[in-house]
Write a new protein. Structure first.
Length: 293
């Protein structure tokens, strides 16, 4: 039972909140009240969460030496020695194999995207995470693939601007994460860099990149809601009413990162910061209200 407990922890269920991007196409195509769309999106969420969980285990196995030097990651079951790497590898491989078979039976396009995601993550774990800037772009691409999965399982057309907005938002989050990692390690006397790319990043550089990502994310979302194709699709020209919620959300995230030292884990902010969570709910609610009037 202890092995299963630590394996489940290694799947990082709290991180599965990232996979809610799968529901975005269903919600923003006005199908969120149709049972078929809900079940297909939910099934895709569950299957992909298990697949990404398996990848977390593989990554923990590869990084267990470096994780032991990290103030937080050293407590992960594999790094701490509570779960043997060989056992974790067998369990993760078995789980991933079963999940991929289920995905293939469910939706072929979903399967191809999932295989591409897994391949990209393998390359990331092996060497791409050590390549400056590319490491951030790979993380961002993962979020775009999640949105594409949501579109694939429900045969929903995805507007280019929503994919671009997702990519830029993910870059923004990844840059904040890198900044907080670097800041935390610099604050430790004799701290050891556990991520190779942190040797190349500097706080001024990351701050400048975060500023650019902030501006381009906001602009891309504004371009999305003002797009004639989007307005025609949703039969409303008032989607710009949702822009203040997006601005507040990004600014609140910056406030939490720069004033409170948070942001290393986006999922923690969603779970722990009521203003941010409430704003997220209001943004989705207002968007749905505008397009369903």
């Amino acid at each position: 039972m202890a092995i299963l407990k630590y394996f489940l922890i290694s799947l990082r269920p709290k991180q599965w909140v990232k996979n809610v991007f799968i529901f975005a196409p269903m919600i923003f195509s006005l199908h969120m009240f149709q049972t078929g769309y809900i079940w297909r999106s939910l099934l895709a969420f569950i299957l992909f969460s298990l697949a990404t969980g398996s990848m977390y285990v593989f990554n923990d196995i590869l990084d267990r030496g470096k994780d032991r030097l990290h103030p937080v990651k050293k407590e992960r079951p594999i790094a701490a020695g509570r779960l043997e790497a060989r056992v974790a590898l067998l369990l993760a491989a078995a789980l991933l194999g079963v999940v991929l078979l289920l995905i293939l039976r469910f939706n072929r396009e979903f399967f191809l995207i999932a295989v591409f995601y897994i391949g990209l993550n393998v390359l990331y774990s092996l060497f791409l995470k050590s390549v400056v800037i590319i490491d951030i772009m790979v993380i961002a691409m993962g979020f775009v693939l999640r949105v594409m999965i949501g579109g694939a399982v429900n045969a929903i057309f995805l507007f280019p601007w929503i994919l671009i907005s997702t990519f830029l938002l993910a870059i923004f989050l990844a840059l904040i994460k890198r900044r907080q990692e670097l800041l935390k390690l610099q604050g430790q006397q004799g701290g050891t860099l556990t991520r190779k790319t942190l040797q190349s990043y500097t706080l001024p550089l990351l701050d400048q990149m975060i500023s650019i990502a902030t501006a381009t994310t906001l602009i891309s979302y504004i371009m999305y809601v003002l797009s004639p194709d989007v307005q025609q699709k949703f039969h409303t020209g008032r989607l710009y009413y949702t822009v203040p919620f997006v601005i507040f959300g990004i600014f609140r995230y910056l406030f939490l990162a720069y004033s409170r030292g948070e942001g290393e884990s986006p999922s923690d902010i969603i779970y722990s910061d009521p203003p941010f969570t409430l704003n997220l709910i209001l943004w989705v609610s207002v968007f749905i209200l505008l397009v369903t009037r």
